[in-house]
Write a protein that binds this ligand. Sequence first.
Ligand SMILES: CC(C)(COP(=O)(O)OP(=O)(O)OC[C@H]1O[C@@H](n2cnc3c(N)ncnc32)[C@H](O)[C@@H]1OP(=O)(O)O)[C@@H](O)C(=O)NCCC(=O)NCCS
Length: 266
Amino acid sequence: MPNLGAILVLHPPHLLGEFRSQSSARIGATSVHASGSIFPPCVIGFRVCYRRCVRLPLAVWGAGGHARVVTDIVRCGSEFEVVGFLDDVNPGRRAQRFCDAPVLGGREQLDELKKSGIRHLILAFGDNHARRSLGHELVEAGFVLGRAFHPSAVIAKDTSILDGTVLMAGAVVNPGATIGKNAIINTGATVDHDCVLGEAVHLSPGVHLGGGVTVGDETWIGIGAVVLDGRTVRERSIVGAGAVVTHDLPHDVVAYGVPARVIRAR
Ligand SMILES: CC(C)(COP(=O)(O)OP(=O)(O)OC[C@H]1O[C@@H](n2cnc3c(N)ncnc32)[C@H](O)[C@@H]1OP(=O)(O)O)[C@@H](O)C(=O)NCCC(=O)NCCS
C-alpha cells in the first residue's frame, strides 16, 4: 500500500452497492467511475474495490461558489480526498475554513503540497484563460489535474474527456465527443455526438450543442445558449446567455441574440 499521507477509506464488500452508486456516472447499462474506468456489472471483486477506495489527496484551486460545486462533486466520488483550497485572490483567507477544509494559502504553497505528497489539483474557478495557463504551469511543475464527474452526468462510452475537466449534475456527453483539458460542462449542459471542445472551454448551465459542433479553446458559452449542429465557435469568444448560434462565429468576439450576432471584439 503506498504511503499517500491521506485518509484511506476502505469499503467492505457489503458496502459495495453504496460505493458504486456514489462513485459512478450513469452510462446506459454500465457504470463509469469518476476516473473514467468501466466497472463491468457483477464482477467487482473485493480486491478491485480495495484498490479503488484508496482516496488520493487533492487540493482545489479556488474558494468561491464554483469551487463549492466542484468540491461537492469530488466528494460524491471515491477517487479523491479534498485536503484544502488554494486562493490566490484573497491572501487573508489563509487558515480559514471553507467547505469543511482549510484554505491552505496561495501559489506559494505548491512546494509544500508536493513535499506532503499531494500531487493532484483541480482548478475550480471560471476564468478560462487563467485555468488554461495555470493548468499548463502545474503540469510542468509535476502536478496532475484531477477530473470530477457528477454521479448524474451521462457519458457515452466512445468519448474522450481530458484531465482537469468537470462535468456537473445532469451534464450529457454523447458518442464521439471530445473535450479538452480543464473544461467546465456546467449543470444540465449537453454535448451531442461528435462535438469537439478545446481546452478550458466553459459551457454554462443549460447550454445545448448540436451534433458535430466545434468550440475553440477558452470559449465561454453563456447560460441557456444553443449552438446548431455542425457550427463552429472559435477560440476565446463569448456567446451570451440565451443566444442561438446559427452561423459560425470567429475568435475573440462577444456574440449574442437570436440568431447570435457579433456585438463586439473582446
Ligand atoms: C454577453 C455578456 C457576457 C455581456 O456582454 P456585454 O456586452 O458586456 O453586455 P452588457 O452587460 O454591457 O450589456 C449591453 C447590452 O446588451 C444586452 N445584453 C447583454 N447580454 C445579452 C444577452 N445574452 N442577450 C441579449 N442581450 C444582451 C444588455 O441588455 C444591454 O442592452 P441595453 O444597452 O439595451 O441595456 C453577458 O450579458 C452574458 O450573456 N453573460 C453570460 C452569463 C452567464 O452565462 N452566466 C452563467 C455563468 S455559470
